[in-house]
Write a protein that binds this ligand. Sequence first.
Ligand SMILES: O=C(O)CCC(=O)C(=O)O
Length: 197
Amino acid sequence: MDASPVFDLVTDIMGPYVVLSMSQAIVRPPNPRWPGYTHTDGGEALRRIRVTETSLPLAMKGMYLLSDITDEDCGNFTVFPGSHMRPFPDRPYPAPGPKTPGAVQLKGKAGDCILFPHSLWHGPSVNASPRARKTILYNYCQLFLRTYDPEPTPEILERCTPRQRRLLGDLGYDFRPGSYFYAPQDQVDVIVGGTPD
Ligand SMILES: O=C(O)CCC(=O)C(=O)O
């Protein structure tokens, strides 16, 4: 969840007041009849809050490829470039999909990581290849937002570093009014080792 260099880029983009809001492992099996789909993250309301050039995103994801994706229609992660910066789509129907003009199927090698903000239209393409496409994703949001994942168990927290525990929502003290809206005093030290924001 905080491996370098990807997490360094995440804090560069989002600042140090972040939590891990969700983790996912996704397998897209071969299926030439399933067309894929596109969407934004965080639902209908968050979709309408876009990112500007001078604004931190509210949420973003890092998607690590576990499979080589060197051709199109292999379950590729598909995006509408720039759709996080403008009202999109022009009309609600038909909903945009991976074959809508403007969609771009990304390629990459296992180990590559794709970073994208919540408001970018994205999703999987058809997988007409003979192989499953596998990915793991880490979703980060600003500290004042709530996470999608259930609370981590004590067993998981025990295995984490202080930074990982902070990313999982452990502020280092019991909840009190204002928690998460206002960060603990050591937040910048814990998350980015004291780099000014
Ligand atoms: O599996 C994919 O390519 C897309 C995953 C996705 O859309 C998401 O995590 O929001």
